[in-house]
Design a protein around this ligand. Structure first.
Ligand SMILES: [Zn+2]
Length: 486
C-alpha cells in the first residue's frame, strides 16, 4: 500500500492546505442555508483515545456531507475544562489545575489536528477561560433575577478529616476515598437551577422529537418521571395529635398498606436517633451502604422497626408499624411512604423479609377474588379494586381519584404532581470551577455582582498543600465591598 498511498506525506500536505486556505472557517452568508454540528466537547484529560476518534469522526462526516450539499456549516470544537480531575491531578503532581489543563489541551489539540477534522478552530472555546465563563456568570445573574437560580439546604457527603465535600464517586463503602474517614451527611446551603420549572415543557418537547428511537424517548420520559400522587397525613398512635406526612403515587392501594417507611434523613428518624442507639446504628449502616440514588436502588433493602405506629385512616382499629428504611429518599416526596407489598415489588421484598402482611387490593379482570394471591411477585398491572371497602369494583384510576377526593374534602391531604427530575445543584465547594457571581453581605444578604464587574475570576495564587478547597485559605479573594451598602 505504501507505494500507492503515502499516509504521512499526503495527509500532512492536505491538512496544511486546509489550514492555510482556512477551509473550515465560516462566516455569515445569507445565500446559503445554515447548519450547525455540535459534538460533545472533550474533557482535557491528557490524551485522545479511540472513543474520541469514533465520536469526532461521526460529527465530521455529518459536517462534510452537509457542506458538500451546499450548507454553510459551523463545526466548532471546545474544551469542557473545569472539574475535579484537574484539581486532584494538581494535588498529586504539585502543580496548578490551570497549568495541567492547558498542557493537556495543547497535546490533545495537536492530536485532533492530525485527524484532519473539518473544524473551525478560530472559534475554539475553553470553559475554564474567563472570556468564556463570564457568559456563564451572566446567565446565572439572569436566572437569579428571574427566580430560576436559588439557594436551599441540601445534603452533601462531608469528609471530616479533609474538611471538604466529596462527590458521590469519591465515597467508597461509606468512607472518603483519600482520608478513609467515615463520610457524614451534612446539610449545606447550596445553589440550584430550577430545571423542574420546565419539566412539562421538556415532556412536551419529547413528543415532538422525530426519528428518535422509542427507547431513547422513553428513557428521557422516565428521567423526568412525572407522577400524579397524593400527599396526606397519618396520625401517630402516640403521642396523640402528632402527624406524619406521606407521599404516594398509588393512593388506590391504601387498603393494602401494611407498613410505613421513613428515610434515614427524615426528621422523625433523626430525632429518634438522638435517644436510641439502635436507630443511630441503623442510620449509620444505611450511610455505609451508600447515599446516592443509584446506589440505593441496587442495594439490599433493609429496615429498622422504630416501635412507633400510625393509625390507618380508613380501617377502624388498624395500625401500621413505622420503619426506617434505606430505600426511602428524603429528596423525593416527603421522605415517608406507606408500603403496599401486594402491588410494589420493593415493598413486597421488604414485607417478606420482615414478615409483614401482604393484602392484595387490585385484581386482574379475569381472576377470581377468592383464589387471587400474591406470593413473591407483586401485581403491578391494571384491574379492579377489592378488599377495599368503598373502593371495591373501581378501576385503579377511579380509585386514585376517589381517595384523593376524600382526603381533599376532609382537608387532610392534597393531590400533588411530582417529578423524579431534581433541580440542578451547581454548588461545588471546589476551587476549579466557575465562580458563582454573588456576594454574601452580612447586612444585605445575597447581592448579585454588577454585570459591569464580570467576570469574577478565580484567584490564581492558591496553594494545594492542604486538604479541602484552597479558596478557604486564600487571604483576600473572599472579601469585597458590598455593591449595595459598600
Ligand atoms: Zn450590603
Amino acid at each position: 500500500m505504501s507505494d500507492r498511498y503515502n499516509v504521512k506525506e499526503t495527509e500532512a500536505r492536505w491538512q496544511k492546505a486546509w489550514d492555510e486556505k482556512k477551509c473550515f472557517e465560516v462566516t455569515e452568508s445569507a445565500a446559503r442555508p445554515k447548519y450547525y454540528t455540535l459534538a460533545m466537547f472533550p474533557y482535557p484529560s491528557g490524551k485522545l483515545h479511540v472513543g474520541h476518534m469514533r465520536n469526532y469522526t461521526m460529527s465530521d462526516i455529518v459536517a462534510r456531507y452537509k457542506r458538500a450539499r451546499g450548507y454553510n456549516v459551523l463545526n466548532p470544537m471546545g474544551w469542557d475544562a473545569f472539574g475535579l480531575p484537574a484539581e486532584n491531578a494538581a494535588m498529586e503532581n504539585k502543580t496548578h489545575p490551570a497549568k495541567w489543563t492547558y498542557a493537556n489541551i495543547a497535546a490533545m489539540k495537536a492530536d485532533l489536528k492530525l485527524m484532519g477534522l473539518a473544524i473551525d478552530w478560530s472559534r475554539e472555546i475553553t470553559t475554564c477561560a474567563p472570556d468564556y465563563y463570564k457568559h456563564e456568570q451572566k446567565f446565572f445573574l439572569d436566572f437569579l433575577r428571574n427566580g430560576l437560580a436559588y439557594q436551599k439546604e441540601s445534603f452533601v457527603n462531608w469528609d471530616p478529616i479533609e474538611n471538604t465535600v466529596l462527590a458521590n464517586e469519591q465515597v467508597v463503602d461509606g468512607r472518603g476515598w483519600r482520608s478513609g474517614a467515615l463520610v457524614e451527611r451534612r446539610k449545606l446551603k447550596q445553589w440550584f437551577l430550577k430545571i423542574t420549572a420546565f419539566a412539562d415543557d421538556l415532556l412536551d418537547g419529547i413528543k415532538q422529537l422525530e426519528g428518535w428511537p422509542e427507547k431513547v424517548r422513553l428513557m428521557q420520559e422516565n428521567w423526568i418521571g412525572k407522577s400524579q400522587g397524593l400527599k396526606f397525613f397519618f396520625e401517630f398512635t402516640k403521642p396523640k395529635g402528632q402527624r406524619l406526612e406521606i407521599y404516594t403515587t398509588r393512593p388506590d392501594t391504601l387498603f393494602g398498606a401494611s407498613f410505613v417507611a421513613l428515610s434515614p434523613d427524615h426528621p422523625v428518624a433523626q430525632k429518634l436517633a438522638k435517644n436510641d442507639t439502635g436507630v443511630e446504628a441503623f442510620i449509620e449502616k444505611c450511610r455505609k451502604l451508600g447515599t446516592s440514588e443509584a446506589v440505593i436502588e441496587t442495594a439490599e433493602k433493609i429496615g429498622h422497626d422504630t416501635g412507633l405506629t400510625v393509625v390507618h385512616p380508613f380501617i377502624a382499629g388498624k395500625t401500621l408499624r413505622v420503619f426506617i428504611a434505606n430505600f426511602v429518599l428524603m429528596e423525593y416526596g416527603t421522605g415517608a411512604i406507606f408500603g403496599c407489598p401486594a402491588h410494589d415489588q420493593r415493598d413486597l421484598d421488604f414485607a417478606r423479609k420482615y414478615n409483614l402482611d401482604v393484602v392484595p387490593v387490585v385484581i386482574p379482570e379475569d381472576k377470581n377474588p377468592k383464589e387471587f394471591a400474591v406470593d413473591m411477585e407483586a401485581y403491578v398491572g391494571p384491574g379492579r379494586l377489592f378488599n377495599s371497602d368503598f373502593l371495591n369494583g373501581m378501576s385503579v384510576e377511579d380509585a386514585k381519584a376517589e381517595v384523593i377526593r376524600r382526603f381533599e374534602s376532609a382537608k387532610t391531604g392534597q393531590g400533588t404532581t411530582l417529578y423524579r427530575l431534581r433541580d440542578w445543584g451547581v454548588s461545588r465547594q471546589r476551587y476549579w470551577g466557575c465562580p458563582i457571581p454573588v456576594i454574601h453581605c452580612q447586612a444585605c444578604g445575597v447581592v448579585p455582582v454588577p454585570e459591569k464587574d464580570l467576570p469574577v475570576t478565580l484567584p490564581e495564587d492558591v496553594a494545594f498543600d492542604k486538604p479541602g478547597n484552597p479558596i478557604y485559605n486564600h487571604p483576600t479573594w473572599k472579601k469585597v465591598n458590598c455593591p449595595k451598602c459598600s
